[in-house]
Design a protein around this ligand. Sequence first.
Ligand code: KIV
Length: 265
Amino acid sequence: MNPVKITPDAIRALKRQGGRIAMLTAYDYPTARLLDECGIPLLLVGDSLGMVVLGYPDTTRVTMAEMEHHTRAAARAQTKALLGADLPYRTYDTPAEALANAKRLVAAGAEFVKAEGGREILPQIQAIHGAGIPFVGHLGMLPQHVLEEGGKYRIKGRDAAGRAKLWEDAAALAEAGVFAVVLELVAADVARQITENFPFVTLGIGSGPHCDGQVLVTPDLIGTFPWFTPKFVRPELNAAEQIRAAVGRWQAALPSGVTRPAATD
Ligand code: KIV
């Protein structure tokens, strides 16, 4: 494990070389270790943790303590991959709060932090980046704001105002020096323009094929959260079905219990 650690500069170099860049989520030790063995260069303890591990309806209930707990677990895999963690909802309202909580994630083992938003969180990004903590941005559909969106995950950048907002936010993140940006549910042509015009690495999720790389929530890819799969995901494995079958076989093969006489008074 960890023979040659991947760095933000190595990820930037992959963009220049036109390399394939993949990011997957990992919330625990075995998943981080397995994905690292597969050669995935970027791992994220995403706050999607809230839905696919903790059973919350969305990401807004995830706490710093939960993120730290899972970041510590994933970091124990001592991956070659660069391991990052999300700042959860309402933990980066001010630059001071953002920096203090970013430092907590770093202390738990994160090598970069990610937070959702553009110009509205620029002072927070500057505080984190200024302290030498690598930062990944997140533009487009912002899951931490899903309740303000009426509970709907909608594609961004379909109209002129949406495109202009994405462009201005991307410019602000580039100016702040972030090394990568997740583009979630961004219209494919806008994702392409951002990818071609800014130096940061774009990681698309539901944003078409023209980003520098792609990111997925691992349970969506392997089918361990079968009760909901986003439309844009093509699962590579139906692990839930395999688990059900394996458990069924094991249970059916159990030896029958010892018959005891009925209890009498
Ligand atoms: O929380 C998460 O898993 C994420 C990815 C979808 C990028 O933010």
